[in-house]
Write a protein that binds this ligand. Structure first.
Ligand code: MEV
Length: 315
């Protein structure tokens, strides 16, 4: 084993979260400016992890929320016939954990890449995603794969569960404000709640899920046409269905009202919900900055602005 490193980044679900778990499409964006890096270094003894969210030995991670990544690491070591290899894994992340930005998937992707690098092995994207599924299943229960697909991609992704993720066109106009509600998102609990709602009130839940699927298909068209105002309206409509599915909260709803009043074309939660982040689609960076300021004044502890106008790729 040599020193190895791997990187990944945040993701934001533009539209289609929750519905994607039940077979509908979703659109997710990589946010390459919010990064995560994992570095694994051979050590004299011990198997240690240092990070903002877990510090300790691999063995002691069993009862912590690092258990998914720890299980993944054990399987990676086994794969390289190095189950007792002493090492230090250091994870440095700009991603806030449990905010719907895919921090667990981003961690998994970077860790897999770091271990493959450390053992001098090449890895393709499909294999990275298969490995990330190990920890995502433990952490989220029934993941669609959207987080890992986007944390490992350079382009917006069209995601259908069980199919290979497909890159789609980027927007080249507008600015997306991401605002942290300051409350931990609960992806696993939210996915379980929607699953239960589908059992209790299948008509209502399935109608909302299919409507989200339709809105996602319309959103893809508006992205192709660079029609930012209509995309905003579609995002606002998606939020209505997410609320019906029970995954929004009064805090998220209040921030959404603030963003809309400050000039957003359309605002919704992003990711699992029940906390986490909201996203507001705005016409340009100046409006985005104003919306972000208003959201911070309303209590959002942190905001980020993704400038679609800075996209110079064509895909
Ligand atoms: C979580 O980022 C997105 C959800 O749709 C769950 C998933 O797709 O695995 C809520």
């Amino acid at each position: 084993m040599h020193t190895g490193s791997g990187t990944s980044h945040a993701k934001i679900i533009m539209i289609g979260e929750h519905a994607v778990v039940f077979g509908e499409p979703a659109i997710a964006l990589p946010i390459p400016t919010i990064r995560l890096r994992a570095t694994v270094t051979p050590a004299a003894h011990g198997q240690m992890v240092t990070s903002a969210f877990y510090n300790g030995s691999l063995a002691a991670a069993a009862d912590t929320n690092f258990v998914g990544i720890a299980t993944l690491m054990r399987q990676l070591l086994h794969n390289f016939d190095a189950i007792d290899q002493p090492f230090v894994l250091d994870i440095v992340s700009d991603l806030p954990p449990e905010r719907g930005m895919g921090s667990s998937a981003a961690t998994a992707i970077a860790v897999v890449r770091a271990f493959y690098d450390a053992f001098g092995a090449a890895i393709d994207r499909a294999t990275v995603l298969r490995w990330a599924d190990v920890s995502e299943h433990i952490i989220h229960g029934n993941p669609s794969g959207i987080d890992a697909a986007t944390a490992s991609a350079d382009h917006p992704q069209w995601i259908i569960k069980g199919q290979a993720p497909r890159p789609i066109a980027s927007l080249h106009q507008g600015a997306l404000v991401i605002a942290d509600s300051g409350i931990q998102g609960q992806t696993r609990a939210a996915v379980t709640a929607v699953t239960r709602l589908r059992e209790q009130d299948p008509d209502m839940a399935n109608t909302a899920i299919h409507a989200l699927g339709q809105l996602t298909r319309q959103a893809a068209l508006t992205i192709t046409n660079q029609d930012v105002p209509t995309l905003g309206k579609i995002m606002a409509a998606a939020q209505v269905h997410l609320r019906r599915l029970g995954v929004s909260t009064p805090v998220l709803d209040r921030l959404i009202t603030v963003a809309d009043a400050a000039g957003s074309y359309g605002t919704k939660l992003t990711g699992g919900g029940m906390g986490g982040c909201i996203i507001a689609l705005t016409p340009d960076m100046a409006t985005g900055q104003h919306v972000a300021q208003q959201l911070e004044a309303a209590g959002a502890p942190q905001t980020w602005i993704h400038d679609f106008g800075a996209n110079d790729d064509q895909g």
